[in-house]
Ligand binder design. Structure first.
Ligand code: 3PG
Length: 384
């Protein structure tokens, strides 16, 4: 971005790809972290007098306009944060003003697997701008028209957020201080197979909590009652347990859980050991002994990556495990990185200080794919 700014952007049309994919409750934004993270780049361009056109997506609409997925509430929030109203739609921006294009995924070509279709949309976008700034880190793992193809059609630059995210995540892959401890949670182990496989070659310790832990517990031979379980992944996970042992990676699983009668905020629940989960109960959070165990395993770390909540943190009764891990990171003087929309949202929802972490990534899938060692098309195209 500094290169572009030093060329002078006053009166020039600059297309910025941002990741403004925020959680909404109706048209209320429940976590505006990604909107805030997009401000430094957009503001720098506005202040320099550019005509800023922002492209972004919201959710996964079916390639046609759908009011449920409108970015209109996001335009309002972005305007508040910038201190200048942000138009929404197809209009053109004046000098030093911003227009947010309506959800780019309303056009089926954005996510098309057909190169020619994506290129056609990229041509249309490129015709609206003189330069392209890629700043949607959360979406750089997607080979999509407004992320990847358009960069081939215009002089292209990395925005502040993309640059900061890539620099931080590179520290986790290149220049590590050990012990390196990773805490993984979240519901689906199937989403994390690639990253676990790769992490087993890098980490000293891997802590597993959240819904995905039950597939690990099952692979260890425990019964998990009505807890989340991906039966078809048990074999693969058993392979991870074996590989961890062979590589000398300490793989730490929950020793107790909060076992609830049903999936509800006020569900009756009790603390049970993981080898005694009753058949009619489901684990909705890690238990107190596990919280202590995980905190002790994080205490001497020099580098920590945390992705995924440890329990159903949206329900106060089951937020304690996620809070305990987050607090252990805040206390730690390690280099601490939080990745993934849910963990970042949890940090804010639980009222923890954002500056208690070295970095909170705006990328969910993007940060995991980065750590998996995969090439991110939206970053690669800038480097090319
Ligand atoms: C995210 O929420 O991780 C990004 O905005 C990407 O969204 P997607 O998974 O729908 O491509």
């Amino acid at each position: 971005l500094d290169d572009l700014l030093s060329e002078g952007v006053s009166g020039r049309r600059v297309l910025v790809r941002a990741d403004l994919n925020v959680p909404l409750d109706g048209d209320r934004i429940t976590d505006d972290g990604r909107v805030r993270a997009s401000v430094p780049t957009i503001k720098a361009l506005v202040d320099a007098g550019a005509r800023v056109l922002v492209a972004a997506h919201l959710g996964r609409p079916k390639g046609e306009p759908d009011p449920k997925f409108s970015l209109a509430p996001v335009a309002v929030r972005l305007g508040e944060l910038l201190g200048t109203p942000v138009g929404i739609g197809t209009g053109t921006a004046g000098d030093g003003t911003v227009v947010l294009l309506e959800n780019i995924r309303f056009d089926a070509r954005e996510t098309s697997k057909d190169d020619a279709e994506r290129a056609a949309l990229a041509d249309e976008l490129a015709a609206k701008a003189d330069a392209f700034v890629s700043d949607g880190f959360g979406v750089v793992h997607r080979k999509q028209a407004s992320v990847y193809d358009v960069a081939k059609k215009l002089p292209h630059y990395a925005g502040r957020l993309v640059l900061a995210e890539v620099e931080v995540l590179r520290k986790l892959t290149d220049d590590l201080r050990r012990p390196y401890v990773v805490a993984l949670g979240g519901s689906k182990v199937s989403d994390k197979l690639g990253v676990i496989k790769n992490l087993l070659t890098k980490v000293d310790r891997l802590l597993i909590g959240g819904g995905m832990a039950y597939t690990f517990l099952k692979a260890q031979g425990h019964e998990v009652g009505g807890s989340l379980l991906q039966e078809d992944q048990v074999e693969q996970v058993a392979g991870f347990l074996k590989e961890a042992e062979e590589r000398g990676v300490e793989l730490v699983l929950p020793v107790d859980v909060l076992a609830a009668t049903d999936f509800a905020p006020d569900a009756e629940h009790e603390v049970v050991a993981t080898d005694a989960i009753p058949a009619d109960r489901q684990g909705l959070d890690i238990g107190p002994a596990t919280r202590e165990l995980f905190a002790s395993k994080l205490a001497d770390a020099k580098t920590v990556f945390w992705n995924g909540p440890m329990g159903v943190f949206e329900f106060e009764a089951f937020a304690g495990g996620t809070r305990a891990v987050a607090e252990a990171l805040v206390k730690s003087d390690a280099f601490t990185v939080v990745g993934g929309g849910d963990s970042a949202a949890a940090v804010r929802a639980l009222g923890l200080p954002e500056d208690g972490f070295s970095h909170i990534s705006t990328g969910g899938g993007a940060s995991l794919e980065f750590l998996e060692g995969k090439e991110l098309p939206g970053v690669k195209v800038l480097e090319d």
